[in-house]
Design a protein around this ligand. Structure first.
Ligand code: SAH
Length: 428
C-alpha cells in the first residue's frame, strides 16, 4: 500500500478508495463498500467496516489507515434548541459546528434555504420572474416538502422512540478553516487570525459527527448545510470543493440544500461558477459603498464592489436559483436609509435576495446592534425597490452560536459571559 494512502479514509473519494483497494489486491467492488461505510454509515473505525473481510480490515489497520473521524469535544445547547459543537481534529486544533433544529420558529421568514425561501420568494415578484409564475412553480415543491416533513417525523418516532428532534428542515453550519484571515471588523472569528485550512475529510467529518450525534440521516432526513461557520471557504477552495462533492455523493446531502458563503474572493466566484457540483452561492456584502466596505472588510481593497458585483452578475445561476447577499447591520455605521438605497442600486435587476443580520455582539467587537425599527426601515426600502429582503433571527446567542460569534470555546468559556453558565446546558 502506498505511503500517500496510509492515512485517513474520511476525505478520500471513490477514485482514491479504488487505488487503495487495488493496491491491496482486493476486488474493485470493495471501493464502493468503503465509500458506503465511511460516508453513509459513518463508521468511526476501520474495524467497524463490517462489509470488508476481517483480514482486509486488519491489513488496512496495520498499514496505518485510520478512519480519521472528527471528535466532539464539547457541546452547548441553547434555550432555542441550537447546539454548538466544539470539534477537535487529530492535531488538537478545533473548530465549531452548529446544529439548528427545525420547529422553534427561529428560521421562519429569514429567507434562507433552511427556512421557507421558496414560499416567501414566490410571494415577491423578483426581477426576471413574474410573481404569479414563481408562485405556480413553487407551490408544488412546498406541499411536497411539508408532506415529507410529516413523514420524517413519523419515521423518526419509529426509529428512535425518544430523545430525538424531528428534522424537517434542520441546518448544519460548518467551518472551513481554523480561524479566518479575512479580518472583517465585526466578526469574532477574525480575532483568532487563521491557523490552518481544514482538509476535505475534516470538513465532511464535522457533518458526520453532528448527524451521528443528532441521530439523523440524509437523504431521508432533510438536512440543510451552510458553509457559514469559521473561516473563508473560498480561501480553502480545493478542500471545500472536494468536501462538497463528498457531502453530495457520499453523505447524501442534497446539492440544492447546501449554501456556501464567501466574503468576496472574486476570482474564486468565477471558478465556482464552473464547478459541476456546487452549493448555492451567498456573498457577504455588508456595506453599500467602497469606502464603507473597505473599512469593515479590508479585502475590499483587493476586490472592490465593482469587481464583486460584476462577478455576481455573471454567475451562472441554475433554474430557480438566486444569489443571496448577506448584510450585517451595524448601528449608525451601515444601516441608514441611504445605505439601503445604495444596496438596492448595486443589486438592481439581479436575481438575488438579501439576508439582513443585525449584528450579534461580542467581546472585542466595537459596533452596536441597530434597533428592530431601523432594521425594518432598511428592509422595506429594499423591498420597495424590488429586492427581496429577509431579516435573519439570531440563533443560539446565549451559547455564542450566532453568526459571526464562533470562536474557540476555550476562549469564550473563560471570558466573562454569565449567560454561558446560567442559560445554556454544557454537556459532556
Ligand atoms: N467567510 C464567509 C463565511 C463565514 S461568515 C463569509 O464571510 O461569508 C458568515 C456570515 O456571518 C457572513 O455573512 C458574515 O458577514 C456574518 N457575520 C460575521 N460576524 C457577524 C456578527 N458579529 N454578527 C452578525 N453576522 C456576522
Amino acid at each position: 500500500m502506498s505511503k500517500a494512502l496510509t492515512s485517513s479514509l474520511l476525505g478520500m473519494d471513490l477514485g482514491e478508495f479504488s487505488v487503495l483497494v487495488s493496491e491491496a489486491g482486493e476486488p474493485a467492488y470493495r471501493a464502493k463498500q468503503i465509500m458506503e461505510a465511511v460516508y453513509r454509515h459513518r463508521v468511526e473505525s476501520v474495524a467497524e467496516i463490517a462489509t470488508l473481510p476481517q483480514p482486509f480490515r486488519e491489513r488496512l489497520e496495520h498499514s496505518g489507515v485510520t478512519l480519521g473521524a472528527a471528535r466532539i469535544e464539547k457541546k452547548f445547547v441553547s434555550v432555542d434548541g441550537t447546539v454548538r459543537y466544539l470539534i477537535t481534529f487529530a492535531d488538537g486544533q478545533s473548530v465549531e459546528t452548529v446544529w439548528m433544529p427545525e420547529g422553534d420558529g427561529g428560521e421562519a421568514g429569514d429567507g434562507s434555504e433552511a427556512g421557507e425561501t421558496a414560499e416567501r420568494l414566490a410571494d415577491i415578484p423578483g426581477p426576471g420572474t413574474s410573481g404569479a409564475k414563481a408562485k405556480a412553480e413553487e407551490r408544488e415543491p412546498i406541499a411536497a416538502l411539508k408532506r415529507c416533513a410529516t413523514q420524517n417525523q413519523i419515521r423518526s418516532q419509529d426509529r428512535h422512540s425518544q430523545d430525538r428532534t424531528s428534522s424537517g428542515r434542520s441546518t448544519i453550519c460548518i467551518s472551513s478553516q481554523v480561524g479566518c484571515a479575512v479580518d472583517c471588523q465585526f466578526c469574532l472569528t477574525a480575532l483568532l487570525g487563521v491557523k490552518r485550512n481544514l482538509t476535505a475529510g475534516e470538513i465532511v467529518g464535522q457533518v458526520c459527527a453532528v448527524l451521528k450525534d443528532q441521530r439523523v440521516s440524509p437523504p431521508e432526513d432533510r438536512i440543510n448545510l451552510v458553509f457559514m461557520g469559521m473561516g473563508e471557504p473560498f480561501l480553502n477552495y480545493e478542500n471545500f470543493v472536494k468536501a462538497s462533492r463528498l457531502l453530495v455523493e457520499g453523505v447524501g446531502i442534497a446539492e440544492r440544500r447546501m449554501t456556501v458563503s464567501t466574503a468576496g474572493i472574486v476570482p474564486r466566484i468565477y471558478d465556482f461558477g464552473g464547478e459541476s457540483i456546487r452549493p448555492k452561492l451567498a456573498i457577504s456584502l455588508n456595506a453599500s459603498n467602497d469606502a464603507l466596505r473597505t473599512r469593515l472588510m479590508p479585502l475590499n481593497k483587493k476586490w472592490n464592489l465593482d469587481m464583486l458585483i460584476a462577478a455576481a452578475r455573471e454567475f451562472p445561476l441554475r433554474t430557480r436559483e438566486w444569489i443571496t447577499f448577506e448584510y450585517v447591520l451595524l448601528g449608525g455605521v451601515n444601516d441608514a436609509p441611504e445605505n439601503a438605497r445604495e444596496v438596492a442600486e448595486l443589486l438592481r435587476g439581479m436575481r438575488c435576495k438579501v439576508n439582513l443580520i443585525a449584528l450579534n455582539p461580542g467581546p472585542g467587537i466595537d459596533f452596536t446592534t441597530p434597533s428592530a425599527e431601523r432594521v425594518t426601515v432598511f428592509q422595506n426600502i429594499l423591498r420597495g425597490a424590488g429586492t427581496p429582503a429577509f431579516v435573519r433571527r439570531p440563533r443560539g446567542r446565549d451559547i455564542y452560536a450566532a453568526c459571526g460569534q464562533l470562536k474557540r470555546t476555550v476562549e469564550v468559556a473563560t471570558s466573562p459571559e454569565p449567560q454561558m453558565q446560567s442559560i445554556s446546558r454544557v454537556q459532556q
